[in-house]
Design a protein around this ligand. Structure first.
Ligand SMILES: Cc1cc2nc3c(=O)[nH]c(=O)nc-3n(C[C@H](O)[C@H](O)[C@H](O)COP(=O)(O)OP(=O)(O)OC[C@H]3O[C@@H](n4cnc5c(N)ncnc54)[C@H](O)[C@@H]3O)c2cc1C
Length: 357
């Protein structure tokens, strides 16, 4: 394959771009993936792979190792009131992002994905007769001035996707919530991911190895990691004296809206296709499922089918997550959430299982 042309141009080599590239190769397409960063790529993430994510990676032949977790626990600020649900099926895995990235990259290389180091700055369009407004997308343009042609373009370039903007699908962000993560040298104390609730945000704790936990805080713009931690006294007690093993890494604003995940030959996948919030730890599962659907649509030559599949794959996540984020903006609802969840275990369990599949 010429590096200047491919069936599938994948913009962004995060987990979703790498998964889409692997799907493309498995479908017999030539695939060129463009990513500006070299080496295992880190990112602010809770690093909890839901059982559905673990199954999707297994299907792709990606070998990962991590720390198993069996469910989700909500914890009130007093540290005493909790609601716990163990997944009805499967086990989740806590995996450092750099380890996940390395495993996906190894598999992509094995199946013949060509990787190109570069930053995409726009879409390349064909030339038309003077006066014509409509110019078809034929490829991508890189920051170094080169253009690469491709039959299909998969925008997998994350929360602040340039492909989403350049294809005219962006509807903006309301910019209220951000996320920050750090790791602490501490043995996990639970076989679940704990979500601690405070008046202004949430902190979730994911087991990463026998001697490390990841902590991701979600909350308002401008919150520092240290400031956020002071609002979770039960968690702070647990962390007492533990050394930090990584520095703080942030992402946001989380909410990103799109008019559609498709235009012409451009398909958006993962966070690039719009994002609600990290509260339910769903990004990777949804992204991997949509990567498969997008590649199926292009192989069938029917990109117009992708929006319907995308809507169906993301529906529960969009409704449950946006419902939870909106409801818990009301202080009394936020205070009551964990006590109510502990009193309604079936409702809490059904919601957790719907998001874990
Ligand atoms: C605080 C926080 C906690 C989270 N916790 C969880 C969790 O526990 N479980 C879970 O499943 N999800 C979680 N998520 C969501 C998850 O991190 C994302 O959904 C996931 O990373 C999306 O993957 P992606 O490949 O679409 O985007 P990204 O991982 O952001 O990758 C995008 C890639 O595109 C590249 N790129 C960007 N611009 C360009 C460009 N112009 N040209 C070329 N390449 C470009 C970037 O370098 C990057 O490598 C969390 C998110 C946050 C913010």
């Amino acid at each position: 394959m010429s590096p200047e042309r491919a069936d599938l141009l994948v913009v962004g080599g995060g987990p979703v771009g790498l998964a889409a590239a692997i799907e493309g190769r498995r479908a017999g397409l030539s695939v060129l993936l463009v990513e500006p960063r070299t080496g295992p790529v880190d990112k602010a993430c809770g690093e909890g792979l839901m059982p559905g994510t673990v199954a999707a990676l297994d299907r792709l032949g990606v070998l990962i190792q991590g720390s198993p977790f069996r469910g989700i626990r909500y914890v009130a600020p007093d540290g005493q009131t909790t609601a716990t649900h163990h997944f009805a099926a499967g086990v989740g895995l806590g995996v450092r992002r750099i380890a996940l990235h390395a495993a996906l990259t190894a598999r992509a290389t094995e199946v013949g994905v060509i990787r190109h180091c570069g930053r995409v700055v726009g879409l390349a369009r064909n030339r038309t007769a003077a006066g014509s407004e409509v110019r078809a997308v034929v490829g991508i343009e890189l920051a170094d001035g080169t253009a690469i042609n491709g039959r299909w373009i998969l925008g997998c370039d994350g929360l602040h996707s340039i492909i989403r903007r350049e294809s005219g699908l962006e509807l903006g962000s309301d910019g209220r919530r951000f996320g920050i993560r750090r790791h602490a040298a501490l043995a996990p104390w639970a076989d679940v991911v704990e979500v601690h609730w405070s008046a202004n945000g949430e902190a979730y704790v994911t087991p990463i190895s026998d001697s490390e936990v990841g902590i991701a805080v979600l909350g308002p713009r401008g919150w520092s990691f240290d400031e956020a931690l002071t609002t979770f006294p039960a968690l702070t007690r647990r962390l007492d004296g533990a050394a930090w093993t990584t520095s703080a890494r942030g992402a946001g604003p989380l909410r990103q809206k799109v008019s559609s995940p498709v235009r012409d030959r451009v398909l958006l996948i993962g966070d690039a296709a719009g994002y609600v919030d990290a509260l339910t730890g769903e990004g990777l599962r949804i992204g991997l499922a949509c990567a498969r659907a997008a590649v199926r649509a292009v192989v069938a030559g029917r990109p117009q089918d992708y929006p319907r599949t995308w809507r169906s794959l993301t529906r529960e996540y969009r409704w449950l997550t946006s419902g939870l984020v909106s409801a818990t903006r009301i202080p009394v609802a936020r205070r009551m959430l964990v006590p109510v969840a502990s009193r309604l275990p079936r409702v809490f369990g059904a919601a957790v299982d719907a998001l874990a599949r």
